[in-house]
Ligand binder design. Structure first.
Ligand code: COA
Length: 260
């Protein structure tokens, strides 16, 4: 499929999605959000893609938020549709069933921070800056920020970020658990792709079940979660990868998983 505001390529089982409006700091206009939905649907249906990396074009921004020139025109009815569309698409990313890693290469503000939060793992460059500056515009986060930030970091810290609109540096983001790791700008993409390739080298049924089980903690109790884990554990023991992985260990050799 052809995209106007997104670059998409596949490298060694990794789908790389780059938001590409660098002159607008990769701000998410309606067209870009729709294209995100299309590219993630393409990724879901492509069995050659095991892991996804999301990043921004240029050296300055991951995504500097929703496009404020479009926000400015919203009324009560269209604002509801705007927020529901973003929430639906970001939820599709979160529930894709394949690991999605954000490579946050600069400003991740508003919808940019929310997009990173919808990803499963976040790596950032030293110049990355996170924030939910919506209150500065007289609005609140509308693409899941109030929900995912409070679930990802301490809720009092999430409230401080949302109520002040202040930006958080990469170093601070690492300290509060908003990102997994921080690298220099020059290293960020290579390190992110290295992680993607490491995940791709495992048995993919195990990767998908592990992701499902961990993400289930968003919605279910510990008792239900443990029962769910036991069911997925049983299912994964029915796979060729399970036989191969355990046999390879016992035979002191590298596993040759079915997907490779
Ligand atoms: N929506 C639309 N356009 C945006 C944008 C956004 N969220 N963020 C940046 N841009 C545009 C700017 O308008 C400017 O366009 P122009 O060159 O046509 O005037 C271009 O991107 C570069 O941004 P600029 O503001 O000149 O860069 P800067 O380095 O001075 O400042 C930011 C960077 C991120 C601090 C600043 O752009 C900003 O505050 N952006 C808005 C962030 C925000 O509130 N996001 C949440 C929206 S809900």
């Amino acid at each position: 499929m052809n995209y106007q505001n997104i670059l998409f390529e596949i490298k060694n089982h990794t789908g790389i999605v780059t938001i590409n409006r660098p002159d607008k700091l990769n701000a998410l206009n309606g067209q870009t959000v729709s294209e995100l939905e299309d590219v993630f649907s393409e990724i879901k249906n492509n069995s050659e893609i095991f892991v996804v990396v999301v990043t921004g074009s240029g050296e300055k921004a991951f995504v500097a938020g929703a496009d404020i020139s479009e926000l400015n025109k919203l009324d009560v009815i269209s604002a509801k549709a705007f927020s529901e569309k973003g929430n639906r698409i970001f939820r599709e990313i979160e529930t894709l069933g394949k690991p999605v890693i954000a490579a946050v290469n600069g400003f991740a503000l508003g919808g940019g921070c929310e997009l990173a939060l919808a990803c499963h793992i976040r790596f950032a460059s030293e110049n990355a800056k996170f924030g939910q500056p919506e209150v500065n515009l007289g609005i609140i986060p509308g693409y899941g920020g109030t929900q995912r930030l409070a679930r990802t970091i301490n809720s009092a810290r999430a409230l401080e970020i949302i109520l002040t609109g202040d930006m958080v540096s990469a170093e601070e983001a690492l300290r509060i658990g908003l990102v997994n790791k921080v690298f220099s700008s020059a290293e960020l993409l290579a390190k992110t792709l290295e992680l993607a390739e490491k995940i791709s080298s495992k048995g993919q049924q195990a990767i998908r079940f592990a992701l499902k089980a961990v993400k289930a903690t968003d919605n279910i109790s510990l008792t239900e979660g443990l029962a769910y884990e036991a069911s997925l554990f049983a299912l994964v023991c029915g796979t060729e990868d399970f036989k191969e992985g355990t046999a390879a260990f016992l035979e002191k050799r590298k596993p040759n998983f079915k997907n490779h």
